[in-house]
Design a binder for this molecule. Structure first.
Ligand SMILES: O=P(O)(O)OC[C@H]1O[C@@H](O)[C@H](O)[C@@H](O)[C@@H]1O
Length: 235
């Protein structure tokens, strides 16, 4: 990996820097399965699984994840239901965050240290409104020049992933072009955003979505851990 070819690095957060994609996954599963168990209206009521998460929820802004999953089951999704379910899941997520804290992936910290030594401008681009709290809990808030969270995207009216706009905004704030920026993503929706924005390099981080699936979504390189992007780091 030749970092000198690039001017900025744009990190997704959950599942790339911190193992919080798993916390999101568990919170979504608890909430959706409680809802489906009690639900007896039209549509498909089979249990919600991790496959549903990767296909419909992963990486997207909160309420878009709810709406896309319910649509995949042909379950009617009025806005007040979407908001209620999304907020229920958010309470579950925050309970775990407060109880367990967050420890970043060691390979990701290794890469962050390496990029700090290179003076590389770094951003977090996350669909999550909880991104600042997660970064704070992981002790990494000072590593990034800008955090484009779900809240920031909403304030600026930027469409969420798989649209490329949040990544493009981060690159612009860092003074870099899309072609000069690297995108690091574990979610299909995020990889699609990187591909749609014609970024210089889109790296897929396979934490369960599947290397083939990430490559098909537009990842030019797929790694299992960010330490693979540090020269001389143990494999
Ligand atoms: O509900 P939040 O914290 O704003 O997060 C929205 C989404 O943020 C993404 O980073 C996660 O991959 C998703 O699982 C999550 O649903």
């Amino acid at each position: 990996m030749i970092w000198a070819d690039f001017d900025a690095v744009l990190f997704d957060l959950d599942g790339v820097v911190t193992p919080t994609a798993e916390v999101h996954m568990r919170a979504w599963s608890e909430m959706f399965n409680a809802y489906l168990t009690a639900y007896d209206g039209p549509g498909e009521r089979a249990a919600y699984t991790d496959a549903d998460y990767f296909a419909h929820v992963d990486g997207k802004p909160r309420y878009e994840g709810v709406a896309d999953f319910l649509a995949s089951r042909s379950i009617p999704a009025p806005r007040d239901l979407v908001v209620e379910l999304g907020d229920r899941k958010n309470d579950a997520f925050n309970e775990v965050l407060a109880r367990d804290g967050v420890t970043a992936y060691s390979g990701s910290v290794l890469l962050l240290d390496h990029l700090r030594d290179l003076d590389m401008p770094l951003a977090v681009v996350s669909s999550s409104a909880n991104a600042p709290a997660v970064l704070e809990a992981a002790g990494l808030a000072d590593r990034f020049r800008i955090v484009v969270s779900g809240t920031v995207a909403e304030e600026l009216g930027l469409p969420g992933k798989p649209a490329p706009d949040t990544f493009l905004h981060a690159a612009q704030v860092l003074g870099a072009t899309a072609a000069g920026s690297v995108v690091l993503e574990d979610a299909v929706s995020g990889v699609r955003a990187g591909a749609a924005g014609s970024f210089g390099l889109v790296v897929g981080v396979d934490r369960g979505a599947g290397a083939d699936v990430l490559a098909a979504a537009g990842a030019q390189v797929v790694v299992a851990d960010l330490a693979e992007l540090v020269d001389g780091a143990p494999a």
